[in-house]
Ligand binder design. Structure first.
Ligand SMILES: [Zn+2]
Length: 230
């Protein structure tokens, strides 16, 4: 649209433009998902003061759950002995996920220890992450707002984006960041596409491949150096 307006201002006529560009709007490739710089994420986690927040965002980062999946997690979804998290529909809360998205996600030993510790103090609750910092045992619909507030308090707002200026909420921070990081990290650590597809609840490989990006120059250099060329 901008180009169109610009071309008209240069004196082109609509018919001429159609001849050049056709009258259908151009198709864009889906944009690459945003991936956090590790330093930025480390600073965010370091700033978190409550156990609830460390656990909430830790789970998002280390399981790649979607927002709605995380807010409907129940303690009964954990298999403590197998260190697995069941991601499934919750008819009780009217939360439905597609068949291809139901899955089991492995939990690290460190994460399961943190969950055990938190669980002991919230033995009566059904949900992992209830409202108002876990004080009300109902699904929290304001996780994004929570993230934005924590980022602002930690001084991690970029300070220049439109929403930073208008409302001190940085548009660089959104919940999908944690999921994108999860998927990219699995891929970077050599997990095969098919497994990443299952773990992230995608129904096709193409969606997962969007997270495959070239490594940085340094990483590429190291890989090339490690090859026995002759
Ligand atoms: Zn910003």
């Amino acid at each position: 649209m901008n180009l169109h307006a610009f071309s008209i201002s240069l004196g082109f006529r609509d018919e001429q433009l159609k001849k050049i560009a056709g009258d259908k709007p151009p198709r864009f490739e889906k944009t690459l998902p945003d991936i956090d710089e590790p330093d930025e994420l480390a600073a965010f986690f370091k700033s978190l003061e409550s156990e609830y927040d460390r656990l909430l965002f830790g789970v998002l980062l280390e399981t790649g759950l979607r927002e709605r999946e995380a807010m409907h997690l129940e303690w009964s979804d954990i298999s403590w002995t197998h260190r697995l998290l069941q991601v499934r529909s919750k008819p009780r809360y009217d939360h439905k996920i597609k068949d291809s998205e139901e899955r089991e996600v492995p939990l690290t030993k460190a994460l399961i220890r943190k969950l055990e510790h938190y669980r002991k103090q919230h033995a009566e609750d059904r949900l992992f992450f209830g409202k108002l910092g876990g004080t009300v045992d109902e699904p929290d619909g304001h996780v994004l707002r929570r993230l934005k507030g924590l980022v602002r308090d930690a001084g991690l707002n970029c300070g220049i984006c439109a929403t930073c200026v208008s409302s001190k909420e940085c548009e660089d921070w959104f919940l999908h960041k944690f999921r994108a990081n999860y998927i990219t990290t699995l891929l970077r650590n050599g997990m095969d596409l098919r497994s990443v597809m299952v773990l992230s609840g995608h129904s096709d490989i193409e969606s997962v491949m969007r997270y495959l990006r070239p490594a940085g120059t340094k990483e590429m250099q190291a890989k090339v150096d490690a090859i026995k060329w002759r």
